[in-house]
Design a protein around this ligand. Structure first.
Ligand code: EPU
Length: 421
């Protein structure tokens, strides 16, 4: 079994470069199937979710090529097929094939998507959006297979009960080729949604308002080939900023974007953690004494849930009590018992609330990555802990943190993959 071994306490300096955003790339790749012709996506992160998407795309007789971080997708000979259960289960983003295939063929057969076990993760908002556009849905309770079909999709106004990232993108996909105008109200405003709408517009779609809570989509008959670059991953960047605040010596986070990370930067300011931003990115050094704070995860532009777990590690090093609340997912505290075992003083009030009292020394230990960002948090903990930390179940980490070992090694961390039973 492949594991990650970290010997903690090393100072980190030099440059670490941020890859393309996972949560944008995993939607841009399925979006390419809407175009009649070869598309090119640059800055695609080297993560295992990418490879899982390639499998699904190839299964649909679509050509996929990769050269470094450039992915070329040509759907000229595409066929609509059932996406098998094992592939749907490999990642959350398999649900994007529903919107895309529905727009293109008016017929989709899929299984319930997989992804991190961070909550119940229903897709009711996606499905009711498709229904509002005119689709009918048959759901087999036994194996969670869905058949979604429509004679035609007709634009309408859809008011999302919650500003869901996935539902906003998926409904946007389905509406690109619907008759007339679709308005998504209470749409998610995450920067990744702008990246995806830009791509669709380059293909000939007519989408306005992405990045605001009202997105207006005028359906078009055809979409053509286009090229796009994935925006930098604000969660990967944020994770390395937190690492820099704990261990940096003029550590430069290249391609850090201040405008998509305002919530993080304002919390760092409140804590008294200093950083410097220039045209290349963000530079940060270890701050010895910083204040505790209160954090509540929220939809964008609030503090991102995906940075919440790594942030809990920083809070173990603040001088005093921090209150942390997770509001998006019901099951994002699975890393906490491991942090406590390592020496952190964290009260798990319930599955959404923590009281973290710092500053505590962390000791290395054997820990388990239970989900992607929880795994990211354990890497941060291992880097600051005294002694050796061994992380197992690292496939969760590799789903979303690009080349994490080589990137951290390059800036001075003692971290490696090991084989161990
Ligand atoms: N929700 C529903 N019904 C739905 C859809 C969502 O009740 O039909 C609820 C969810 O259960 C959750 C909340 O709405 O409580 C937020 O879900 P959202 O749909 O916004 O999340 P998602 O699209 O499934 C994406 C990212 C997540 C990230 C969230 C929130 C992808 C592939 N995943 O998930 O990323 O946490 O948005 O920003 O884009 C990660 O990268 O570690 C990760 C989990």
């Amino acid at each position: 079994m492949k594991k990650i071994k970290i010997v903690g306490g090393k100072k980190l300096s030099g440059e670490i470069t941020i890859g393309g955003a996972k949560n944008s790339a995993v939607a841009l790749m399925p979006a390419s199937l809407l175009a009649d012709g070869p598309c090119e996506i640059k800055n695609v992160p080297d993560i295992s979710d990418r490879d899982a998407l390639f499998e699904i795309i190839r299964l649909l007789d679509v050509k996929v090529e990769i050269e470094k971080d450039v992915v070329r997708i040509d759907s000229t000979n595409m066929n609509n097929k059932l996406i098998p259960e094992d592939l749907s289960h490999k990642l959350r983003a398999s649900y994007y094939f529903i919107g895309v295939l529905l727009a293109k063929y008016k017929y989709v057969e899929v299984f319930f998507p997989g992804g991190c076990n961070i909550g119940s993760r229903p897709i009711n908002l996606h499905l009711s959006g498709f229904e509002a556009l005119g689709a009918t849905i048959t759901h087999c309770e036994e194996n969670h297979k869905y058949i979604i079909k429509a004679d035609e999709l007709i634009g309408t106004t859809i008011n999302l009960g919650f500003a869901s990232v996935g539902a906003t993108i998926n409904i946007m996909f389905a509406a690109t080729k619907a008759k007339g105008i679709t308005i998504i109200k209470n749409a998610a405003k995450e920067p990744e949604i702008i990246n995806i709408a830009d791509y669709l517009n380059l293909m000939g779609a007519k989408i306005k308002g992405a990045g605001t809570s009202e997105i207006i989509i005028e359906g078009v008959k055809k979409m053509h080939a286009a090229n796009i670059s994935v925006l930098p991953d604000r969660i990967e960047a944020g994770t390395y900023v937190l690492i820099g605040a704990l261990l940096g010596e003029n550590l430069r986070i290249v391609d850090f974007e201040a405008k998509t990370n305002e919530a993080l930067l304002s919390k760092l300011k409140d804590m008294g953690i200093k950083y410097h931003i220039d045209e290349k990115g963000l530079i940060i050094s270890k701050t010895d004494n910083f204040k505790p704070i209160n954090i509540k995860t929220l939809v964008y532009p609030g503090f991102p849930t995906d940075l919440g777990q790594p942030m809990t590690v920083l809070l173990t090093q603040a001088n005093g009590k921090s209150y942390f609340e997770e509001t998006i997912w019901e099951n994002r505290m699975q890393h906490i018992p491991y942090l406590t075992d390592m020496g952190a003083n964290i009260e798990l009030v319930d599955n959404n609330h923590l009281i973290i009292t710092g500053k505590t020394k962390l000791k290395g230990g054997r820990v388990n990555a239970t989900d992607l960002r929880g795994g990211g948090a354990l890497v941060v903990a291992g880097l600051i802990a005294e002694g050796t930390t061994i992380i197992s179940d690292i496939e969760h980490i590799l789903r979303g943190y690009e080349k994490i070992i080589s990137k951290l090694k390059k800036i001075g961390a003692q971290i490696e993959f090991i084989e161990e039973d």
